[in-house]
Ligand binder design. Structure first.
Ligand code: GDP
Length: 650
């Protein structure tokens, strides 16, 4: 790693999983995904010195968005030197902090070099203007609601969707359907509803993480003979985090064991009380096999457009979102998109993510060519020069040349925007983010080892608020921090807090890739104190912990002298003899301490790497079991934070 990148005080990044403090705290971003920029010897030498060179140019021009790191690279100044200058002005920042007007002003003076920020030469922003245009009331008409089915596996989502579809298509159409579509529109009598078929919750969440919220209503499918299951709860959390209303479809009512009332009672415990019992959640009983109740469900869903006042302007150019894209031999790029506003027609010029083109064919999702697609219509289009991604926005423009220009500029800007990844919320960065008025709520995914502490922490955290910002616990559960926790946190810009629990390896990897912060604690007071301090912008310097490696206990050997010797195998990274260790059983931390001995065969060793066997004895702790994981923890003193506290206490 080249000097100067490590200003947050952490050690060089390694492939091992991040620990407390999470990846958000140390070197956010995708490890290894970008080759480091080659620096000249001169620049490298200079960056090793923590001083501002006196031979800087009079001015430097950077294209927005630019960070402190970009400035450091452009001028060959060590990042800590820049951060220190800011701290002298009482301004907390990190290497990824954007160059705001205030920061730019301070630094321009401090380093005696004018920092000029240029608007990126992308016309894309003019597209977002299109989203913001306010339509006149007389142009607006009601549009059909867009619905996503979610629920536990095997509760009948696919069967229900197929039945709905079957009941609504005419015979002539059915011949044309050859493949599974990611969306379709049902027009049956007065009922108009669009169904978006996102396999599992992952698609719903990852679309949302990209800022694309196409769903107006979530239909939660719950089997009448089974009741709410873990994925049902997960679906509820996702829908709530996205502020999307839920309609419950109690499915499989044809089954002998069906007990809809019991299901309703169980759902009421999850804060989904049925309307008939005085609650606010509509619950309809259906069968995906016999078709019973499906007309009522469609009818109810179609009413949502009035209830939710879903309106759009069919008179303007189309705006939509990509649901799916594939390359087809013969047809070129085939894109499934949902038209959300305006009307799309064959021949329209469109720009869509990095792609552009004129609509060559416009088909309904049942395969028929259509001459127009009004709001709330899923369509299949061809004619684009490239494949966009699910979640990319589609805009029709009057001017084909402009569409081309925007798409080309977007492609050039892509490399740059990859770098300026979405800035994630971290506890340390929280106050800064609040400062920039981006956050009004701090979302937390909370996992604990037992229900008792879960309830206490959930209540205490939920009650925390200052004038500007409140805490919102979007998921609270018992057990290890899982991949799905990270997914939810990513989509909701949440911080994951683990109390007496750790993250699974997969969850850690996912967190590292997505830049989600995981913080783990052993003392309730610390959780509350750090969160409160973060809210107040006074987070005290804390010592971060990073998991360097882990080993798994395979076998126990009893020794009359030493107690239990654990025969282990290295699972990830490196376990170091003298570092702190954490004993984890089923994702729950059962002990923290040190090792008494670490041996390979008969020799004492300093460390054990992934794949190697070893024998360990834990100091003062004998209750080890096969299957337990021992994690090696490095304490990382983040000097930046100590500096910060000093400057604050002065
Ligand atoms: P998904 O995983 O939620 O998409 O569930 P599927 O649609 O694959 O359904 C799982 C199983 O339940 C299949 O064997 C279906 O035939 C069955 N099933 C789904 N809906 C019903 C229903 O309303 N009644 C009955 N009896 N079986 C159903």
């Amino acid at each position: 790693m080249f000097p100067g990148t490590d200003t947050t005080g952490g050690p060089p990044r390694r492939s091992g999983p991040p620990g407390r403090g999470g990846p958000g705290g140390k070197g956010r971003g995708r490890p290894g995904s970008r080759p480091r920029r080659q620096e000249s010897d001169f620049t490298r030498r200079r960056m090793q010195q923590d001083v501002i060179p006196d031979d800087l140019p009079e001015s430097v021009t950077l294209e927005q968005p630019a960070s402190i790191k970009d400035l450091s690279l452009a001028l060959g100044i060590k990042q800590t030197a820049l951060l220190k200058k800011l701290m002298n002005h009482g301004k907390l920042a990190n290497v990824n902090s954007p160059l705001t007007e205030e920061i730019t002003d301070i630094l321009s003076v401090e380093i005696n070099c004018e920092i000029i920020l240029e608007e990126p030469k992308v016309l894309g922003s003019s597209l977002e203007e299109l989203d913001k245009l306010v339509d006149s009331e007389e142009d607006l008409t009601l549009r059909a609601p867009v619905v996503t089915l979610m629920g536990h596996v095997d509760h009948g989502k696919t069967t229900l969707l197929d039945k709905i579809r079957e009941s609504s298509i005419t015979k002539s159409e059915s011949g044309g359907i050859t493949q599974h579509m990611s969306a379709y529109r049902v027009d049956k009598g007065d009922a108009h509803v669009v169904f978006v078929d996102t396999p599992g919750h992952r698609a719903f969440t990852s679309m949302r993480a990209r800022g694309a919220n196409v769903t107006d209503v979530v239909v939660l499918v719950v089997a009448a003979d089974d009741g709410p299951m873990p994925q049902t709860e997960e679906a509820i959390e996702h829908a709530r985090a996205a502020n999307v209303p839920i309609v419950v479809a109690i499915n499989k009512i044809d089954r002998a064991g069906a007990n809809p009332d019991k299901v309703k009672a169980r759902l009421a415990e999850l804060d989904l009380a049925p309307v008939e019992w005085g609650g606010t959640t509509e619950m309809l009983e259906v069968s995906g096999i016999t078709g019973e109740g499906i007309d009522e469900l469609l009818e109810h869903l179609s009413l949502e457009s009035e209830i939710l006042e879903l309106k759009a302007n069919p008179k303007k150019n189309a705006i939509g979102t990509v649901l799916d894209a594939r390359a087809s031999t013969g047809q070129g790029n085939v894109i499934t998109a949902l038209i959300q506003d305006g009307t799309l027609r064959p021949g329209d010029a469109v720009v869509c993510g990095p792609a552009y083109g004129k609509i060559r064919t416009l088909r309904s999702t049942s395969g028929e060519n259509v001459t127009s697609a009004p709001p709330s219509t899923p369509v299949e289009i061809t004619g684009l020069n490239d494949l966009p991604e699910a979640g990319d926005r589609l805009y029709a423009l009057d001017d084909a040349a402009k569409a081309k220009q925007i798409a080309e500029e977007r492609q050039q800007a892509k490399a740059k925007s990859d770098r300026a990844e979405r800035q994630k919320v971290t506890l340390e960065g929280l106050f800064e983010t609040i400062d920039q008025a981006k956050v009004k709520e701090i979302n937390i995914v909370l996992k604990t080892d037992v229900k008792g502490t879960l309830d206490v922490l959930k209540t205490e955290l939920s009650n925390m608020k200052t004038e500007e910002v409140a805490v919102r616990v979007i998921r609270a559960g018992v057990g290890e921090i899982s991949e799905s926790d990270i997914l939810l946190a990513d989509a909701s810009s949440a911080i994951v807090i683990g109390f007496h629990v750790t993250a699974s390896d997969r969850a850690r990897n996912e967190a590292e890739i997505k830049g989600v912060e995981i913080r783990t604690y052993l003392v309730i007071y610390e959780v509350l104190d750090e969160t409160r301090r973060a809210l107040e912008g006074m987070l005290a310097p804390s010592v971060a912990e990073e998991v360097q490696g882990s080993i798994e206990i395979l076998k126990l050997f009893r020794s009359s002298k030493l107690g239990n010797i654990a025969g282990c195998i290295g699972r990830t990274g490196v376990l170091t003899r003298n570092d702190k260790i954490r004993l984890v059983r089923d994702g729950v931390v059962v002990h923290e301490g040190k090792l008494d001995s670490l041996k390979r065969v008969k020799d004492d060793v300093k460390e054990v790497r992934e794949g190697f066997e070893c024998g360990v004895v834990i100091q003062g702790y004998n209750d080890v079991k096969p299957g337990d994981i021992i994690e090696s923890i490095k304490i990382i003193e983040t000097s930046r934070k100590f500096d910060v506290s000093e400057s604050l206490s002065e």
